[in-house]
Design a protein around this ligand. Structure first.
Ligand code: SF4
Ligand code: SF4
Length: 257
């Protein structure tokens, strides 16, 4: 896969829901999208305001299907990746995105230290399936095939967390998986990174979110995210890919006008 020509919009994926031009005339009061959303990712607020937490969004398309007036569309935008959870909170008013394209977030100290260690050589990770449904694991497996070729970036999976630079976890972190995830984290040496992979890992998705060893250093949403999205997320953490979710979404919506 050529990362330089990779794009955040995929022609065959639903991607995240975004407002259509019809939304500019207002949204009505039906709230059907909010009522029907399985993860309560979308909220109809005030007059003509929609708030969407794309970190909760499964990209299932249900809100688009249920909207009686065609005010939402499956955008095909799939790069729901960020270094800070708050980047996914998006507000629209009359169909216009109100969340600014540039948000005042900088790298945390841990992200800086991890990047310094791994930017050139890549990183080794231990995967922890923390109560998910194995879809994220399937996509992680695919990230090592000859199409996506994770190892070309120096990113490999290892059996023991003692040999790992990062933990990639999937699932909402069920009660029974809180302790194993914590143990895997505790045996790793510093600097280390925690990576939430999949909507359930980012927000819990359909389930309550369990306890994490610390705030993740990277959030990759999607249920599950595609291998190319996962790898672009890893490259973002490494500092090899310059990307800000709100900025990219802003450019995409402008290009759709
Ligand atoms: S989870 Fe499904 S219904 Fe909810 S906002 Fe996302 S696409 Fe819409
Ligand atoms: S987006 Fe569609 S379903 Fe949601 S409140 Fe507006 S009109 Fe209703």
């Amino acid at each position: 896969m050529d990362f330089n020509s990779a794009t955040y919009v995929h022609p065959n994926q639903r991607g995240i829901p975004t407002p259509t031009k019809e939304m500019q005339s207002g949204c009505g009061t039906c709230k059907l999208c909010e009522i029907d959303c399985p993860t309560k990712a979308i909220e109809r607020k005030g007059i003509d305001e929609l708030h969407i937490d794309y970190g909760k969004c499964l990209q299932c398309g249900q809100c688009v299907t249920i909207c009686p007036d065609g005010k939402l569309t499956n955008s095909g935008f799939i790069y729901v990746i960020a270094l800070h959870r708050e980047e996914f909170y998006t507000q629209y008013k009359k169909g216009v995105k109100e969340t600014p394209p540039i948000l005042p977030f900088s790298l945390t100290e841990n992200q800086k230290r991890f990047r310094k260690l791994t930017q050139k050589r890549g990183f080794l990770y231990r995967e922890v399936a923390a109560g998910g449904n194995n879809t994220v694991e399937s996509e992680l497996n695919a990230s090592f095939n000859s199409v996506f070729d994770s190892e070309r970036e120096g990113i490999r999976c290892v059996a023991s967390p003692k040999h790992a630079d990062a933990i990639v976890f999937s699932g909402p972190v069920s009660q029974n998986m809180e302790a194993p995830l914590q143990t895997a984290w505790d045996v790793m040496s510093e600097p280390k990174a925690l990576i939430a992979c999949g909507t359930e890992a980012v927000s819990g998705g359909l389930f309550p979110k369990g306890k994490l060893p610390q705030e993740p250093d990277l959030f990759i949403s999607g249920d599950p995210p595609r291998p190319d999205v996962i790898l672009q997320g890893f490259r973002l953490l490494l500092g090899r890919f310059s990307f800000q979710f709100q900025e990219a979404l802003h450019k995409f919506l402008e290009s759709e006008k």
